[in-house]
Design a protein around this ligand. Structure first.
Ligand code: FEO
Length: 385
């Protein structure tokens, strides 16, 4: 525990979908911190669904003191919903934020006479013993984002970076495996923005970081280099998991059966395979696995002269999160006029560094000698470098 830095965030355990799209069966933590020193700084606010709890925890932590600053690292509503309440409580406190955030603030709160203090890259704010240094982090995950390094405690207040899905306890801990939760969080929240995350990591590499205070998930108090190592991999689109993901979307089961047969053939050749049924797996989970494995095979039914929607949804999510630099195999199924491969190729061909394995396998309803031979060739193509 760093003396003078108090976690006042709050978790929601009844939320079903974060951002109204990502399932969070373990809930969601919205973190906020107070730094008590000669001056008092509050680091971000929280989502509206946990306002009451945050306000109560904040007032308790302040114990009658008045904040001098509210540091707004990120304006997205899951962190900014209570800025108006804060300003109404402490109208003399300065709202510390980037110039970009200052231009955006009226979009979120109009007609509030905020006392604004904009800060630039590298600018510092002394609180007494603690000193905050601001580091701009545009597009991690919005353009106005900054993070803050506190040099006395060697702490990085990391905004959305290093976050995780799931609730935490009131002291900012949880029992979850950070890597698996943080991986799905990273690829779905920041996946598109690998280059900006790399830029931030480069800046952070010059700092002695001993604690990370993210805006979601647990406070990271040890093994900082391990967490940073994962972020270096994920942000450079370097898969951490060996083997091939086979993602299939089957209407009546024949495509799924073919996909499982393909998985058996690959495993028989010593390849690790993760098979994912896109009709039963929520897309954020499937996306994280596809991003983090070495290669991908997609197998889908044709549908309405196009592509079965669960696969189309999956591929469009991959595209939006910058899926890249991988070999991808394609299997289509169609009983009279197969059309799935054409649509899958049209999406995959737009992705940087994606090579489509030859041949594309076409199945007419069920596997036969010809399509199985194509499948054998696809196995060779996926294994050969
Ligand atoms: Fe947790 Fe980009 O907000």
């Amino acid at each position: 525990m760093n003396k003078g830095i108090i976690h006042v965030g709050a978790s929601s355990t009844d939320i079903d979908l974060f951002e109204n799209q990502y399932p969070v069966p373990e809930g969601m933590a919205y973190n906020s911190y107070v730094i008590l020193d000669d001056k008092v700084a509050v680091m971000d606010t929280v989502d509206c669904r946990v306002s009451e709890k945050w306000q109560s925890r904040l007032l308790k932590a302040l114990d009658g003191r008045r904040p001098d600053y509210l540091v707004v690292q990120h304006l997205e509503p899951d962190h900014s919903a209570n800025i108006g309440w804060f300003a109404s409580q402490w109208p003399d406190a300065e709202i510390v934020l980037t110039a970009k955030a200052a231009t955006m603030l009226p979009q979120f709160f109009s007609n509030i006479p905020f006392k604004i203090k904009t800060v630039k890259e590298g600018e510092t704010l002394s609180l007494g013993t603690h000193t905050l240094q601001f580091i701009l982090a545009p597009m991690v995950h919005w353009p106005e984002v900054m993070v803050s390094y506190e040099s006395h405690s060697h702490s990085l207040f990391a905004a959305d970076a290093f976050g995780e899905f799931g609730a935490t306890t009131d002291d900012g801990t949880d029992d979850d495996d950070w890597v698996s939760g943080a991986r799905r969080y990273y690829y779905n929240i920041c996946g598109k923005y690998g280059a900006p995350v790399q830029t931030l990591l480069k800046k952070a590499s010059a700092l002695d970081i001993q604690t990370i205070y993210p805006l979601h998930g647990p406070i990271l108090r040890s093994n900082i280099s391990e967490y940073v190592g994962h972020y270096l991999n994920w942000s450079s689109y370097t898969p951490e998991q060996k083997g091939i993901v086979i993602a299939h979307a089957s209407i009546h089961g024949n495509t799924a059966t073919a996909a499982e047969k393909l998985a058996d053939k690959l495993r028989a050749r010593g390849v690790e395979v993760l098979s994912i049924d896109l009709t039963r797996t929520e897309v954020s989970y499937a996306l994280a696995e596809a991003m983090d494995h070495e290669a991908l095979i997609v197998a889908a039914s044709s549908y309405d002269a196009g592509l079965f929607p669960p696969m189309e949804n999956f591929l469009l999510h991959l595209k939006s999160k910058n899926f890249c630099n991988k070999k991808v195999g394609i299997i289509e199924n169609g009983s009279w006029a197969p059309s799935a491969a054409k649509v899958m190729k049209s999406i995959l061909e737009t992705l940087k560094g994606v090579s489509i394995a030859d041949p594309v396998v076409t199945i007419k309803t069920t596997l036969n000698g010809q399509s199985e031979e194509q499948m054998n060739l696809l196995v060779d193509a996926m294994i050969n470098k």
